[in-house]
Design a protein around this ligand. Structure first.
Ligand code: FES
Ligand code: FES
Length: 160
């Protein structure tokens, strides 16, 4: 975090718990998650909204936490990789384990959050819809085909 000295108090709801934090108003949510709350499963990749490593759920939507200023979050409910739960999340995690697709793993929390957001609103996405949902979610190990397969597999698990 920068240190201009203009700190304010904010309440943010993360993984079902309200946290009171002091921060500069333009502090990115990503820094709050990692440096203040210790939720390091959400990764820093680019800091410019271009890689997806920092993706979290805000409500039910996937959002780049490096681009969200704490002062603009209001009462939004934020879910990080540490807080995912429910049938869709369980299905995605099972599919990811069975697909065994992670290489370095760095992008995976963002990819998993993106998959949960997609499958929550679209139970049987096509290849095209998967590619659209994951557009801009960069995997430097190029596991893109494996990710697409894992999303299809997760959809089948969730349907059962
Ligand atoms: S770190 Fe946020 S999109 Fe890359
Ligand atoms: S698994 Fe290494 S960046 Fe995606």
């Amino acid at each position: 975090m920068s240190d201009s000295g203009w700190y304010m108090r904010f309440s943010i709801r993360v993984n079902g718990t309200v946290h009171r934090v002091e921060a500069e108003p333009d502090t990115p949510l990503l820094w709050i998650l990692r440096d203040v709350l210790g939720l390091t499963g959400t990764k820093y990749g680019c800091g410019t909204g271009d890689c997806g490593a920092c993706t979290v759920l805000v409500g039910s939507r996937p959002r780049r936490s490096c681009q969200l200023r704490i002062a603009r979050l209001g009462h939004a409910s934020i879910v990080t990789i540490e807080g995912i739960s429910g049938a869709v999340a369980d299905g995605v995690l099972k599919a990811w384990r069975e697909a065994d697709l992670s290489e370095c793993g760095y992008c995976q929390s963002g990819q998993i959050i993106t998959a949960i957001a997609l499958l929550t609103t679209n139970v049987q996405p096509s290849d095209r819809e998967i590619d659209q949902a994951f557009d801009g979610s960069i995997c430097r190990c190029t596991a893109y085909l494996g990710i697409r397969r894992a999303v299809h597999h997760a959809a089948n698990i969730i349907k059962r």
